[in-house]
Design a protein around this ligand. Structure first.
Ligand code: PLP
Length: 437
């Protein structure tokens, strides 16, 4: 029996009058799974509470940021203190220096510039790479999402080393004419693109480990190969850690194997966890590259709310509380849920793959026969999304809120204790049977 959600339905109706599709970011509209999005009024620890009074175990975690869980008392106290001291000054503040220092201490960056969203971070990193190298071309991978930057909303052109076409109306073909889109984990495609265009490529941007086509790990040595290929051609290697940064590992995705494999990006982008649920993001990297940025250099970049003291306080407090124990907990809770999903889907006879990278994971409702791993966007797309939709709604009705798309990572937090994990495990068998039907 579907749980009645009259208050959410009424709000969705009102929202559609005043906002396209009733949402402020498309995936929230439930288009991929059907039905009515739940309107949330409150969140605490691992739980969301909607306007109809339902409680959900939250596996969205705001699409990554809430690594400590919702309304963590120390974050709330720090943020409340910051709010009381004034919310934005438009002058330098101590909090932004502390946050920048925390990023430099944790990630392989010498300097950072704070911005307000992941999109702004990748957009600015690309402008900086172009300004620094004096080149125009950008290489990206199909299935990697870097925010809604015009030149990165691009689909592959007709051949591997040909230029991209706009992935959405509203982006002029001239903009994506400077973008090359390649299949992920494909060294030959990267080598061919650099062989043909290497001296015109400003940068290659990749998710450090793609989490936006479901979780697809870089094959061993792939990031090192990208880093070396860029260096050999005088291009910058830009690692987008907006999703993975300080979630996959305390030092970001780079912390998993960067030192081990011997690769280091020239520029990195961050967001999500480093904002602690507030609009804060950053890009950073080599000091000589960052020096090209205004006001030291001539590449322009700015922001009214950049380094906002409330957002910086939330981010800094979150990073301080994200101790080794938090990452160990994410591993343990993730392992329990991954095992439960695998067991439930297998028992129901639903073909699937559970893929993990660091503390991040996702479930592919894959159909491809004999495939033991999804390694690129073509593989990720070979999914029974209808099965995911049935699975999703069964979980939702049992009080577990998954991301409403088959192509998303399931996010956990330090607050997902045994009780929350048990509720997920208990819901899985019925959801798996719904997916099989
Ligand atoms: N880069 C990656 C890897 C992301 O996952 C996202 C958002 O999901 C972005 C960039 C864009 O960040 P924002 O939504 O804060 O603009």
């Amino acid at each position: 029996m579907p749980v009645p959600t009259p208050a959410s339905a009424a709000l969705f109706e009102r929202a559609r009058q005043v906002t396209p599709g009733g949402v402020n970011s498309p995936v929230r509209a439930f288009n991929a799974v059907g039905g009515t999005p739940r309107f949330i009024t409150r969140a605490s620890g691992p739980y969301l509470y909607d306007v109809d009074g339902q409680e959900y175990v939250d596996l969205i975690c705001s699409w990554g940021p809430m690594i400590l869980g919702h309304a963590h008392p120390e974050v709330v106290a720090a943020v409340s203190g910051a709010v009381a001291r004034g919310t934005s000054y438009g002058t330098p503040t101590p909090a932004e220096v502390d946050l920048a220092t925390a990023l430099v201490e944790r990630a392989p960056v010498e300097q950072v510039r704070l911005v307000s969203s992941g999109t702004e971070a990748t957009m600015s990193a690309i402008r900086l790479a172009r300004g620094f190298t004096g080149r125009d071309l950008v290489v990206k991978f199909a299935g990697c999402y870097h925010g809604h930057v015009d030149s990165l909303l691009a689909s592959a052109g007709s051949g591997l080393a040909t230029f991209a076409v706009p992935g959405t109306p509203g982006v002029p073909a001239d903009f994506t004419a400077h973008t090359l889109v390649l299949p992920y984990n494909d060294r030959d495609a990267v080598a061919a693109a650099f062989a043909e265009h290497g001296d015109r490529i400003a940068c290659l941007i990749t998710e450090a480990a793609p989490g936006n086509m479901g979780m697809v790990a870089p094959e061993p040595g792939f990031n090192r190969f990208l880093s070396e290929t860029c260096a050999a051609h005088g291009a910058l290697f830009v690692s987008d850690e907006v999703m993975t940064g300080f979630r996959t590992h305390a030092h970001g995705r780079w912390g998993l194997d960067g030192e081990l494999e011997g690769w280091r990006p020239d520029l990195l982008t961050f967001g999500k966890v480093m904002g602690g649920g507030f609009p804060a993001a950053a890009f950073g990297g080599r000091a000589d590259v960052m020096a090209a940025l205004a006001p030291t250099g001539s590449v322009y970049q700015a922001g009214t709310l950049s380094g906002n003291p409330v957002a910086a306080t939330a981010g800094l407090t979150t990073l301080r509380l994200a101790t080794d124990e938090v990452y160990a907990h994410l591993h343990r809770a993730g392992e329990a849920i991954r095992a439960g999903v695998g067991e439930a889907l297998s028992a129901a006879g639903v073909p699937h793959l559970v893929q993990t990278d660091g503390t991040m994971f996702s479930v592919f409702f894959t159909e491809a026969d004999g495939v033991d791993a999804v390694r690129d966007f073509a593989g990720a797309s070979a999914q029974r999304t209808d099965r995911f939709a049935a699975f999703f709604h069964s979980m939702l009705e049992q009080g577990v809120h998954l991301p409403p798309s088959a192509f998303e990572v399931w996010f956990l937090s330090a607050a997902h204790d045994d009780a929350a994990v048990d509720r997920v495990l208990t819901a899985l068998p019925a959801a798996a049977r719904a997916a099989a039907a």
